[in-house]
Design a protein around this ligand. Structure first.
Ligand code: NAD
Ligand code: ZN
Length: 351
């Protein structure tokens, strides 16, 4: 394949300060470092993490100015001189983890996301809300040729994250998993991974549209948090004693606290959603006598990435996406803040 023509400038959404104006404008195309790919991003999912990054509501500073985005799917157009195993024209994915030291004890054990020097797309490294982005060649996701790049985009963060979280919940086939925040970006994929893994799925979210999507994606019992007067009681009853595992993907401290009460004895509460400044309160007496576990789960490693993409390629998981122009990002963030997004928005970087 002849070398693609790479322009000097490109369209991107960039902000100068947290909570500041999201500007859709021309910026320079980045130059890949020796270990990096240059990816022509075609589509990028919009994750709630991108909203946290723009608002700056986490106790971890972002780079500034920042181009957000970490669910980028595109085509390799150039690479640094040390890159091995990639060629021009390959499909590649930009994930949250965009490089780590590969020398510390966490990296040694394939827990690269826990590396103190982890580089994060759309947070400490300009991400996928631009037409050309750089990605560490070791961490970039390998997307099979012929894949629909819009549909695969949400797998690159949401899919990998919920797949790893479900593994962390230690549930067996036939047992109940409750997904709190079931019809947002992460939740709508969690329903499908959980079903494919053989679990029974109870979902908690709000509104008719979300209830409808939940059923379409194969969920069994839906609890509407805007209507239920006793969420904990309703879940204990529906699951005959509580969910064996809970995946918390809402951005609500109260919902997280409730999950410690409807998890079954010996079950596992998995913390995934990251409401800024929140605590997970669990009443100690009940925590002990019911012997529950509370664990955190943070994206996934390269093997989780390969496995999560494999479920997608085999058609076991579909992305419930709405495609919008990249220039619409401010409106998408506004809807997300209000909890109005059903499934996942994916932005087309050419518009
Ligand atoms: P989203 O906005 O698409 O979905 C959140 C959903 O939660 C919405 O459907 C909303 O209606 C629902 N919700 C709100 N209040 C609720 C309540 N009280 N009970 C039940 N549901 C409720 O967000 P997303 O993109 O799916 O991300 C969710 C969270 O996960 C964010 O905080 C994000 O930063 C975090 N995240 C964590 C990781 C990780 O590795 N741990 C990875 C990606 C995203
Ligand atoms: Zn994300």
């Amino acid at each position: 394949m002849s070398a693609p023509v790479i322009p000097k400038t490109q369209k991107a959404v960039i902000f100068e300060k947290n909570g500041g104006k999201l500007e859709y404008k021309d910026i320079p195309v980045p130059v890949p470092k020796a270990n990096e790919l240059l990816i022509n991003v075609k589509y990028s999912g919009v994750c709630h993490t991108d909203l946290h990054a723009w608002k700056g509501d986490w106790p971890l500073p972002t780079k500034l100015p920042l181009v957000g985005g970490h669910e980028g799917a595109g085509v390799v157009v150039a690479m640094g001189e040390n890159v091995k195993g990639w060629k021009i024209g390959d499909y590649a994915g930009i994930k949250w983890l965009n490089g780590s030291c590969m020398a510390c004890e966490y990296c040694e054990l394939s827990n690269e996301s826990n590396c103190p020097d982890a580089d994060l797309s759309g947070y400490t490294h300009d991400g996928s809300f631009q037409q050309y982005a750089t990605a560490d060649a070791v961490q970039a996701a390998r997307i099979p040729a012929g894949t629909d790049l819009a549909e695969v985009a949400p797998i690159l963060c949401a899919g990998i994250t919920v797949y790893k979280a479900l593994k962390s919940a230690n549930i067996r086939a036939g047992e109940w998993v409750a997904i709190s925040g079931a019809c947002g970006g992460l939740g709508s994929l969690a329903i499908q991974y959980a079903t494919a893994m053989g679990y029974r799925v109870l979902g908690i979210d709000g509104g008719e549209e979300k209830a409808k999507l939940f059923k379409e994606l194969g969920g069994e019992i839906f609890i509407d948090f805007t209507k239920s007067k006793d969420i904990v009681g309703d879940i204990l009853k529906a699951t005959n004693g509580g969910a064996h595992g809970v995946i918390n993907v809402s951005v609500s401290e109260a919902a997280i606290e409730a999950s410690t009460r409807y998890v079954r004895a010996n079950g596992t509460v998995v913390l995934v959603g990251l409401p800024g400044g929140a605590y997970c309160k669990s009443e100690v007496f009940s925590h002990v006598v019911r012997s529950i576990s509370i664990v955190g789960s943070y994206v996934g490693n390269r093997a989780d990435t390969r496995e999560a993409l494999d479920f997608f390629s085999r058609g076991l998981v579909k992305s419930p996406i709405v495609i919008a122009p990249l220039s619409d990002l401010p409106e998408i963030f506004d809807k997300m803040e209000k909890g109005q997004i059903v499934g996942r928005y994916v932005v087309d970087t050419s518009k």
